[in-house]
Design a protein around this ligand. Sequence first.
Ligand code: PLP
Length: 391
Amino acid sequence: MKLAARISRISVSKTMAVMEAALRLREQGIDVVDFGPGEPDFPTPENIKQAGIRAIQNDFTKYTAIGGIKELKKAIVEKHAGDFGSKYDVSECIVNFGGKHALFNVFSAVVEEGDDVIIPTPYWVTFADIARFVNSNPIFVHTREADGFRLTAELLGPSLTPRTRLVVVNSPNNPSGAVLDNDEFVRIARLCSDRDIFVVSDECYSHFLYDGRKPFSIGGHQELKNHVIIAGSVSKTYAMTGWRIGYVLAAPEIIQAVIKLQSHSTSNPTSISQKAALEALTGPQDSVGKMLAEYAKRRDFVLNRLRAIPGVRCAEPGGAFYAYPNISAAFGRGSIRDSVDFSARLLEKAHVAVTPGEAFGTTDHVRISYATSMEQLDKGIGRIREFMEFL
Ligand SMILES: Cc1ncc(COP(=O)(O)O)c(C=O)c1O
């Protein structure tokens, strides 16, 4: 069957493939330790769930404004201002169906066919596929493991050309957990702004930072506002992945363009979820701190245990809930050639699901999500150790 070229340019998310393989083993009754999922293992906090229930009971179940209800947009800009010192107006905000949808809409609104889109590696797989879908050229800038996978203006500079339309920055990063130095982030954004290039900042993990670091947003820099586009989400911060609420903060022209697109595609994000997100942003925030404290404990545990495995190196994740160990010491042993082989054999022999680095643009690593219990982390990393020792 002949399908549209744009759909042939993209593939099903490789992170989903791992989830499916693990599920198949589980269905056979096998005890699989799953380090694949990129979502919090905590339930959505009770106050947020209740807000959703109230929305249904109060018949808040009809269409809303295409770009989301005004109270929610106000809550988003006010929370962003409080957390990061930004000054967005409600007209500079649109609510979407999750951060992924926010990014998809932004790319569709600002990227022309044939433009270059700069994506630092390792990258969240969706960035590259959306770039391909809109028929732009994803250009990968390789960050260095030895520098903790942090992008710098120096690394980025040589890749910027008159064809560059936007640069994607994701800090804290999925999959490496890398957190950009704040001053470096500003340098990167200035470099782009001076050349009339957009910076899309994916702030999905912005509240999950370790070692007492304060959340930062490039959106707090007014002078860069015309070239900065924020893609945010309540999915991870409030353990709300299934509710599907994200947002864009950007110049009004971009917001209007996204509203136009959304008016013909999804219309408004789910009314019930909007009320739940409103409660998430304006209600008690203690659940965020509790989740962060738990992730911090897990991060230290995972990092120490991984680094104790002979041959494994692991850059320190400064945020998010992923570790990105280098497992290339296993290459050439037991017919393992790359991280895809490694992940497949690990799942088959040790029943541990990890995501191969190939999904994120590097070959020597696997991603471990520590959004799972300490017990599972202990069991799974123990199995990885044994697997590596007996290869
Ligand atoms: C870097 C990054 N951005 C955006 C998202 C999108 O999340 P959602 O669409 O649930 O808001 C994810 C989800 O895994 C992510 O890892």
